[in-house]
Design a binder for this molecule. Sequence first.
Ligand SMILES: Cc1ncc(COP(=O)(O)O)c(C=O)c1O
Length: 378
Amino acid sequence: MKKSPAPVSWVEIDLSALGENLRVITARLSAPTQVMAVVKADAYGHGLVPVARELVRLKVGALGVNSVEEGIQVRRRVSSSLPVVVLLGPRVEEAATCLDFQLTPVIYSLPVAQALSREAGKRKIMVRAHLKVDTGMGRLGVVWSDLPEFLQPLRRLKRLQITGLSSHLARADEPGEAYNRLQWQCYEQARRMVEEAGWRLTENHLANSAAAFFRSRTHLHFIRPGIMLYGGSPDGDPQRTRDLNLRPVLALKTRILQIKTLPPRLGVSYGGTYKTSRTERVAVLPVGYANGYSRHLSNQGQVLIGGRRFPVIGRVCMSLIIVRLDDRMECAVGDEAVLLGRQGDEAIQGDTLARQAGTIAYELFCLMGKLNPRIYKK
Ligand SMILES: Cc1ncc(COP(=O)(O)O)c(C=O)c1O
């Protein structure tokens, strides 16, 4: 069989960086807190199975996935025993599957809790679940003021055991923000209510990367870091990423498609939003918004070629961008260009690129990881 040609643009996933970032995170923990590594959304675009395998090898305490579907992938291809928490919770019709694959359900709906208890009854087992309380994020979970009413029918489900209380902070990346304290107080009240209802909580979790970094009080039994594992700053500040020695896991790369000299006063790319001021040497690269390189990076982004930075000029197209070289730059068609990641002594960080694109590193990672072939490095 003929080998297929190398991709024109690709992402490289450096699994050793994942391990280093995990060490940065665990260095701040004290026993008995463990890491529930968040590998939801295909491990933020880094690839669920390879990332989860590496994290299991590094002995994290649990994995957090989005859905039962992601949980099944982990069970079938990664680990038969590590706790796998379904952060979005199973749907009613997934209750049996959730038990079959020994996934830990997050619950916030009575019909789901009833379905889980029913299925557990058929198997003559107990189902261990984490209750999600909305302490002020206004997103998933039982609104904390509805909790007393929610707990009453839950207590009648004899096969259901609440072992963990979960919540999420809305403003953990703003450490001085008083709202964090309010949410913490709500969480503490909710914890007391659940314990008074008779459940022993041994698997509580509240902290994402930002809370884990800024508020050690929220560490509880597990922290749930995502972005820091993938080398992003807990609050989006690129300087903090450098200070903490967090290493980027994902790099977006391509190869020069064409090099040429443009005449003066020529509009470059759609709409001619960049005009050459003199003859200008440019490199055309086969990457664009179809690869997750945001159109907001038009006339904003920078690219590394030969270990040096060059600006993106004109609009980012679907599968092409244009980069202004200088007259001294020696490069050739086929040379590697780095849009995100390191080349030589230079690096383009996810947080920096995200700011230029008016978004967050999470979104760039998810898109770039999904839209490009992935190559894994150890
Ligand atoms: C419920 C939950 N926990 C943890 C995380 C991880 O957050 P971060 O990537 O900011 O560490 C997320 C991410 O969005 C989440 O939704």
